[in-house]
Ligand binder design. Sequence first.
Ligand code: HEM
Length: 129
Amino acid sequence: MKHSIQHIGDIQLLVDAFYYKVRKDSMLAPLFNEVIKDNWEGHLKKMCTFWGTVLLGTSSYYGNPFMPHVNLAVEKDHFERWVFLFDQTLNENFEGEKAEEAQWRANKMAEMFHLKIKSFNTNNRKTLI
Ligand code: HEM
């Protein structure tokens, strides 16, 4: 049954369900596996702190969310697929304001990451906006 995003358990469900899809996706899985290798548990934990901080204000995430993406061979198609799976996960499990906020923020961040990666690559991989 669909419900709202209110507690850290909801964030765990969102993160687990989303990366379950990612790990089965032939376009995205290799990109993640190459970096994460056998540390999926660590990645999922970190992503719970990230989304907990963004959506519930848990202040448990510290770091720079963009930097690990700068050297990935990702193009528009990859980001579109990422956003598609994220939106699908939200729609299958959640409803309400926070779910809409999650969708909006994920879309914006994907757009921003994509632009930054493009800019980095067209500036001879030297500068970051
Ligand atoms: C095609 C799209 C994407 C790919 C392939 C991708 C892949 C990755 C990989 C490989 C890592 C590094 C994991 C590690 O170092 O253990 C990572 C970390 C992360 N990703 Fe993504 N990602 C994508 C899109 C996004 C988007 C759109 C967001 C934001 C909503 C996001 C948020 C994060 C965060 C917060 C981290 C952890 C950063 C840290 O280490 O502090 N990713 N991602």
